[in-house]
Design a protein around this ligand. Structure first.
Ligand SMILES: C[S@@+](CC[C@H](N)C(=O)[O-])C[C@H]1O[C@@H](n2cnc3c(N)ncnc32)[C@H](O)[C@@H]1O
Length: 214
């Protein structure tokens, strides 16, 4: 996996997603690719009823354990986001952070289309993720260059990581980020309104949109 922007950077993206999603008190929320609960936990602390979804059983166990430790009620599902079934019109907010880049582009589109059906009119989708392309723009090249420099500073272990990551990225084996503009277009094509994209740190952005009233 590419090195993330650093924990301070990741925290800023989490904060940006939580901020863009506010207010969440009393809202029904689905967190796709919840990991160890970076989004699910703060949203539940703010009064959201969260369904935390992850493909990894270990991650879901961690979220459930942390939630129990804080006396929070978080529902969980071990499932690929692509296979999640949720009642139509039952959700206020669908969030995700640093997970959608694992999906193929067709899967991203399908998950977004499904998320729109889960939402009530006026409900929102807020996705934070690494968002850049494969070097077509100056910004892409700067982001990729900064990641390579971080790994180079780590010596031989970092050099090995660069070659592994370069292959993964070029062949899109595990990391399939898209530029923010492509995400904005995908949100619009999924029928979301008031679509906004905001870059948070060099490699990452948050895109949000609202399901229009029927
Ligand atoms: C980099 S972590 C991010 C976790 C968390 N959202 C955060 O902000 O820290 C990516 C997570 O996505 C999960 N994941 C990867 N592919 C997935 C899929 N197809 N469906 C659901 N979760 C997936 C991984 O298991 C992992 O927990």
């Amino acid at each position: 996996m590419w090195e993330h922007h650093g924990s301070a950077g990741l925290e800023r993206v989490v904060d940006a997603v939580v901020g863009a999603a506010a207010p969440v008190d009393g809202k029904a929320v689905v967190d796709l690719g919840c990991g160890n609960g970076q989004l699910s936990l703060p949203l539940a602390r703010r009064g959201a009823q969260v369904l935390a979804v992850d493909i990894s059983e270990r991650m879901i166990e961690t979220v459930a354990h942390k939630a129990a430790g804080e006396g929070l009620r978080i529902e969980t599902a071990v499932r690929p986001a692509q296979e999640l079934v949720v009642d139509a019109g039952s959700i206020d907010l669908v969030v995700s952070n640093y997970a959608m880049h694992h999906l193929y582009d067709d899967e991203k589109r399908a998950v977004l289309a499904a998320a729109v059906t889960w939402l009530r009119p006026g409900g929102r989708v807020v996705f934070g993720d690494m968002m850049f392309g494969r070097g077509a723009t100056k910004q892409d090249r700067e982001i990729i260059g900064s990641k390579v420099r971080v790994m180079l500073r780590r010596g031989p272990a970092g050099w090995w990581r660069i070659s592994k990551n370069a292959a993964r990225f070029m062949f899109r084996v595990r990391e399939r980020p898209l530029p923010m503009g492509t995400w904005v277009k995908m949100f619009q094509e999924a029928g979301l309104a008031d679509v906004q994209g905001a870059r948070v740190v060099a490699e990452a952005a948050v895109v949000s949109g609202t399901k229009p009233a029927a």
